[in-house]
Write a protein that binds this ligand. Structure first.
Ligand code: PLP
Length: 228
């Protein structure tokens, strides 16, 4: 039976070989463990095996796990769709938000970020797959959104996040991730983060400049939404 520690070793090897192929330092690529639908015990096991950053999509589920894990020095990333009525709890309980795609949400996160915490790290989710995706800011709207978010006091705009339409075709993966990078480069802002690449396409994402890969299945196994 493979353990989470075995899976971490295998994913780290994939990251290292993709970085090497791209002439990049693998220390510049963070492994964000996506623990949605998985129990707190799985997060604890992954932490014991060396991981610190965890991504969650569903607020109530995340808050429950965080409450069980207060003894660990974890860094929590919100990566799911955000409704307005969830912004306060997200601003209070997370270190990063990768899925901001409209100004209203960013304004609320900034207003609601507690004064005793450092600025909330933000990535703007951008839609590079057109009508195939309903989440994410349209590329045409990105410059204005990025400039506005960069001016909000309690946020730190770090970069872009994308979830391209899933495909096993490496050339199509490369084209989508390259488009994200080109959008990032076209913004005249000091950004250092590209959150892109999941279990099936991390090699392509790293080749195109990813600094966070968000990995669920390859670390924790397939998700079962049946009893959720
Ligand atoms: C679920 C999820 C992931 C992880 O996907 P895997 O294919 O299981 O690695 C990454 N990013 C986001 C935004 C997700 O919702």
């Amino acid at each position: 039976m493979t353990t989470i520690a075995d899976n971490i070793t295998a994913v780290a090897a994939r990251i290292a070989s993709a970085a090497q192929a791209a002439g990049r330092d693998s220390a510049d690529i963070g492994l964000l463990a996506v623990s949605k639908t998985k129990p707190a015990a799985a997060v604890r096991e992954a932490h014991a095996a060396g991981l610190r950053d965890f991504g969650e999509n569903y607020l109530q589920e995340a808050l429950g796990k965080q409450a069980e894990l207060t003894d660990l020095p974890l860094c929590w990333h919100f990566i799911g769709p955000i409704q307005s009525n969830k912004t306060r709890a997200i601003a209070e309980h997370f270190d990063w938000v990768h899925s901001v795609d409209r100004l209203k949400i960013a304004q609320r996160l900034s207003e609601q970020r507690p004064a005793n915490l450092p600025p909330l790290n933000i990535c703007i989710q951008v839609n590079v797959s057109g009508e195939a995706s309903k989440s994410g800011c349209a590329p045409a709207d990105l410059p204005a959104l990025a400039t506005a978010i960069a001016g909000l006091p309690n946020l730190k705009l770090r970069g872009l996040m994308a979830i391209p339409e899933p495909t096993e075709d490496r050339a199509a993966q490369d084209a989508a991730f390259a488009a994200v990078r080109t959008l990032q480069d076209s913004l005249n802002l000091p950004l250092d983060t590209l959150s892109m690449g999941m279990s099936h396409d991390l090699e392509s994402a790293i080749a195109q400049g990813a600094t966070w890969v968000r990995i669920g299945t390859a670390l924790f196994g397939a998700r079962d939404y049946g009893q959720a």
